[in-house]
Design a protein around this ligand. Structure first.
Ligand code: 6PG
Length: 256
């Protein structure tokens, strides 16, 4: 059985999956600018005292660079990582390090509050502590910025893994057998990501095209989520209202 074609085998919560999807396709600096304008717009519209955001690794930290050109009140930001590898903060595998190198270190003036995974703990303990930190910040993300792998994984929720297939409502979980190295990571769970007020994906490169063509479909001239929803984590992570914004380069978005 191809599990990706059989979402009925997923025991996922009964989400209202009808929210609006917006898809922007652009390349190079134009893509970076669109992402930055979207993120800055969501941050500015956040009426709360703190803006709680989840960032990701992969190519995203570099793609966020245009945020540095905009007028952002960084001091208001509480930054978490949608997933993080259980490695020291200076490891090349650390998502925090990638964000530090490409973004935070280049901010002039007040910096965001960055919530790091405590890699001195066991992965399970680190996940619990990370969940406590998010709970202390209001339990939900105002914005969750995610990448997507060619297999449709997002954060460290992988298509064939029980963390995705059998979600349990925990806020964050350790994963000790990630199909993609490094094996030990901590990820926010599907329930937590789906509770975000806004969700945005950034996907670049031709390796993402086949999965994107299954996740998104054209309805009446407009791109929307395909139904039934294919069993890719990136298809199931949407904001609390069921919507998401997708930022694609033209290679990833080919044929959509
Ligand atoms: C990991 C990856 C992964 C990454 C996506 C998108 O799980 O190890 O870091 O989650 O963010 O595969 O990667 P790109 O943005 O580099 O395409």
């Amino acid at each position: 059985m191809d599990l990706r074609k059989d979402p009925a085998t997923l025991s996922l919560p009964g989400l209202e999956l009808s929210g609006a999807v917006t898809v922007a396709i652009a390349d190079g600096d134009a893509l970076k600018k669109q992402i930055a304008q979207y993120v800055a717009g969501v941050a500015t519209a956040c009426a709360k005292e703190r803006f709680v955001v989840a960032l990701s690794g992969g190519s995203m930290p570099k793609l966020l660079a245009s945020l540095l050109d905009l007028d952002i009140d960084w001091a208001k930001w509480d930054v978490f990582f949608a997933d993080e590898r259980c490695v020291s903060r200076d490891s090349p595998d650390s998502n925090a390090k990638a964000c530090e190198d490409h973004l935070f270190s280049k901010i002039k003036g007040a910096k965001p509050t960055v919530h790091h995974l405590d890699a001195s703990l066991s992965p399970a303990e680190a996940a619990e502590k990370y969940a406590d930190e998010l709970n202390a910040c209001g339990r939900r993300f105002d914005l969750c910025l995610l990448g997507m792998g060619p297999d449709g994984h997002t954060a460290s929720l992988f298509p064939e893994h029980d963390l995705f297939r059998k979600p349990d409502g925990a806020v964050a979980r350790a994963i000790l057998d990630s199909p993609k190295p490094p094996a030990e990571r901590v990820t926010f769970t599907l329930a937590t990501l789906q509770n975000s007020l806004r969700v945005a994906f950034v996907a670049t490169g031709a390796s993402k095209t086949p999965v994107l063509q299954e996740i998104l479909t054209r309805k009446g001239g407009k791109l929307d989520y395909a139904h039934p929803v294919p069993a890719y984590p990136a298809a199931w992570v949407r904001s609390a209202d069921g919507g998401a914004a997708w930022f694609l380069d033209s290679a990833a978005g080919a044929g959509l």
